[in-house]
Design a protein around this ligand. Structure first.
Ligand SMILES: C[S@@+](CC[C@H](N)C(=O)[O-])C[C@H]1O[C@@H](n2cnc3c(N)ncnc32)[C@H](O)[C@@H]1O
Length: 217
């Protein structure tokens, strides 16, 4: 892998009224989607959006991403995408579940945030070998959808076009999502991962020395 950890001290600033309202609305909507889940459900589980927002705020404030293009892989209700939009990122979400997708679009309208949500898979075509490897590593127990058509054509964009990708993988999916980013993202792009229990990890794809470091040589 060419993913390098980027130290991240999450912001502790007070949340704006708009962000607080979005978090409240998200929490109410999440109840509807998660209250009747069957036992052993392996689909939508929301991240801690405040933790993710605080990470995004620092990434934006310290200009850690090489640009402003953001994509949430498996956007669920789209909250991280909306919060990225509030912070000024060009925000996109990809989601396989149409009910969640509709709810995310509805919230974008409700809060007048210019975020785009598309239906499909964030797993790009051409990832078959990585998928096979991932299945082998986790004894055939992946939770993410690997059989659907990818959403990049609908978006008119490519993984290479995103400066920052956010993903909350189930633990058994973590290897595959990182491997996909490692193979398909552009050099210098960032992968923000929610790990559960209010923890996030930020990594940068570095196939060549990072420009900031080169300047010091
Ligand atoms: C653990 S939930 C995280 C939701 C959201 N990112 C959050 O942080 O609250 C994972 C989401 O990924 C979606 N998903 C699974 N496989 C996918 C795929 N191949 N492409 C797009 N979405 C997918 C699920 O439907 C679910 O909404």
């Amino acid at each position: 892998m060419t993913l390098v950890n980027v130290p991240l001290q999450c912001s502790t600033r007070p949340l704006s009224a708009k962000v607080q309202t979005i978090l409240r609305e998200a929490s109410a909507r999440e109840q509807q989607f998660t209250s009747n889940r069957p036992l052993g459900f392996r689909g939508f589980v929301p991240s801690c959006h405040e933790t993710v927002f605080r990470a995004l705020e620092i990434i934006e404030q310290d200009a850690l991403a090489p640009g402003t293009s953001f994509c949430e892989w498996g956007s669920g209700l789209g909250v991280a995408t909306l919060l990225a939009g509030v912070l000024g990122f060009d925000a996109y979400g990809i989601e396989i579940d149409r009910g969640l997708l509709d709810a995310a679009r509805e919230m974008a309208g409700q809060f007048e945030i210019a975020a785009e949500f598309v239906h499909g898979s964030y797993v790009p075509s051409g990832a078959d070998l990585l998928i096979d490897k991932a299945y082998a590593r986790c004894s055939g127990e992946l939770s993410l959808v690997t059989e659907a058509d990818d959403a990049y054509e609908t978006l008119g964009m490519d993984i290479r076009d995103f400066d920052l990708v956010f993903n909350y993988p189930w633990p058994n999916d973590e290897y595959l999502t990182a491997a996909l980013f490692d193979k398909f993202a552009s050099d210098g792009a960032l992968l923000l991962t929610y790990l559960g229990l209010e923890n996030v990890r930020l990594r940068r794809k570095e196939t060549s020395p990072h420009p900031a470091r080169r300047r010091h040589k």
